[in-house]
Design a protein around this ligand. Structure first.
Ligand SMILES: *Cc1c(COP(=O)(O)O)cnc(C)c1O
Length: 488
């Protein structure tokens, strides 16, 4: 049976998975959700023997049902190959008493590679299946990591162009260097004066601008999205929740069937939502612990039921989580309320007054870590085990400790590790020893290599010596004209 997708806001048009991936976002501004979340149709006990690719196939075929076996296997095999620096793709690493699911072994050393390695293949295949002849323009707003991972994924992919917007003052030096040095004739990168929410809101507006869409269609372009609003981003992320579980069983830390917790450093709520889907599909999950930084809108929401963005936006040391409007929460609201009408009402309230109230339980718990708590977490784990966490993973590590202490919940836990410490080397070093305060961000790579006794990952080695290709800085009001111009 085909699983069909529909908008969270009530648009009555059902689309197939491949159509949803091409469109990115529904015409009414809602996000595509599967009408039912499928259950796994294989014996859970078997996952311990599956490779990452095999598991990916078993999971994705249940959700992306209109792709043929050959198509899916082509996409999976093209994505999860030597681009990753370990055959495991997503290894589970033990440090002290903590289990880290390392999702940063791909080309841009952040977890976005897990989905953005496969999305271009899913999209190209989808375009072919649906007879889309226009060139596909990927428009992406990034808090730092999505942009680079999308650029890497789509660079020189035939029939596509990619335009990335990032907040000028909201990304790390390494993240910025990664993006502005991007090669590929079809790539375009611009800095936006403003924060991530400004960039994301402006980009979402373009997706629903029917006049602009019409104009560009006549010129042979259609828009799609590489942000986690695209269901093609979310579905591949479900796989590693099962994969983490299999590795815990294989290492003897749990017995097949035991429930586990996941703690996820959260921004746009995409990663943790994939964990929720994994649970709905049949993975034995107890709690999903949603870890926030000082921008703790989600913590407040999960503890009080009030979502409220009327507060200061705080620039932290975990920039990929500096988000007040977590787009994918809309999908959870839809699944929990089981009502497009209710979801639309909440989203309208968010758009108008910046807040809404709705109580979600469903096994989610909110926690958060301040900047100093994040530094303290990196420092203490390093001293204890010499394992070095990045600043985002450290937010989760700290949030988990706080949760475990407060709840006395002793369920085995996996911390979802979303970036290599090298991506945020300057702040990681500062956390390890105050004497590194003010260190040059690129010199920090060498020093971190000494401190952690690990080699600098190839994707960022000598990044400061590469040619800067993308220099544009624009106001957010200029995004639309910029897109128009670039597609001329
Ligand atoms: C994107 C990102 C996050 C947040 O993930 P969401 O899916 O947006 O919740 C956390 N950490 C890192 C390093 C990221 O790049």
């Amino acid at each position: 049976m085909d699983i069909m997708f529909k908008s969270t806001r009530g648009d009555k048009n059902y689309v197939t998975a491949s159509q949803a991936i091409v469109k990115g976002i529904a015409d009414d501004g809602g996000l595509f959700v599967p009408e039912v979340i499928p259950k796994i149709d294989f014996d859970l006990g078997k996952i311990t023997s599956y490779s990452y690719r095999e598991l990916a196939y078993r999971i994705l075929r249940l959700i992306l049902t209109d792709y043929t076996e050959d198509e899916l296997k082509y996409c999976i095999n093209s994505a999860y190959d030597e681009k990753f620096d370990t055959e495991l793709i997503a290894p589970l690493v033990k440090a002290g008493n903590a289990n880290f699911l390392e999702l940063f072994h791909g080309r841009t050393i952040a977890f976005k590679d897990m989905a953005l390695s496969i999305l271009p293949y899913l999209l190209k295949t989808a375009a072919k299946k649906n007879g889309v002849s226009e060139e596909i323009v990927i428009l992406t707003a990034t808090s730092g990591d999505t942009g680079k991972a999308a650029l890497e994924g789509f660079a020189d992919v035939e029939g596509t162009r990619i335009i990335v917007f990032y907040p000028n003052d909201g990304v790390s030096d390494v993240q910025k260097a990664q993006m502005v040095t991007q090669k590929g004739a079809n790539t375009c990168v611009a800095a936006i004066k403003g924060n991530f929410d400004d960039a994301q809101t402006a980009v979402k507006k373009i997706f629903t601008d029917s006049e602009l869409k019409q104009e560009l269609k006549q010129r042979g372009f259609v828009f799609s999205s590489a942000n986690s609003i695209n269901i093609g981003r979310l579905a591949p992320q479900i796989v590693y929740y099962f994969y983490a579980y299999a590795q815990l069983v294989n290492s003897g830390r749990i017995t097949m069937g035991d429930k586990i917790n996941f703690t996820v450093p959260t921004g746009n709520f995409g990663n943790i939502l994939a964990g929720y889907y994994a649970k709905q599909m049949g993975l034995p999950v107890n709690k999903l612990i949603c870890a926030s930084n000082d921008n703790k809108v989600l913590f407040d929401f999960l503890t009080t039921g009030d979502y409220d963005i009327n507060r200061d936006f705080i620039v932290t040391v975990s920039p990929s989580m500096d988000i007040l409007i977590s787009s994918n929460l809309e999908r959870l609201l839809y699944h929990v309320s089981n009502s497009a009408e209710k979801t639309k009402e909440l989203m309208t309230s968010l758009a108008n007054g910046g807040k809404y109230s709705f109580k979600v339980d469903e096994g989610f718990v909110g926690e958060y870590a301040t900047i100093s708590e994040t530094f303290e977490a990196i420092n203490s784990l390093y001293k204890e085990t010499s394992y070095v966490m990045d600043t985002h993973t450290a937010v989760a590590y700290c949030a988990y400790k706080k949760y475990a202490a407060a709840s006395q919940d002793s369920t085995p836990n996996v911390i979802v590790s979303t970036a290599s410490p090298y991506k945020f080397a300057k702040d990681v070093l500062r956390a390890i020893d105050g004497k590194y305060d003010g260190i040059d961000p690129f010199e920090a790579l060498e020093v971190l290599s000494d401190v952690s006794e690990t080699p600098i990952p190839a994707p960022i080695k000598d990044i400061d010596k590469r040619e800067v290709i993308h220099k544009t800085v624009i106001d957010r009001s200029e995004i639309k004209d910029f897109v128009r111009e670039k597609l001329n």
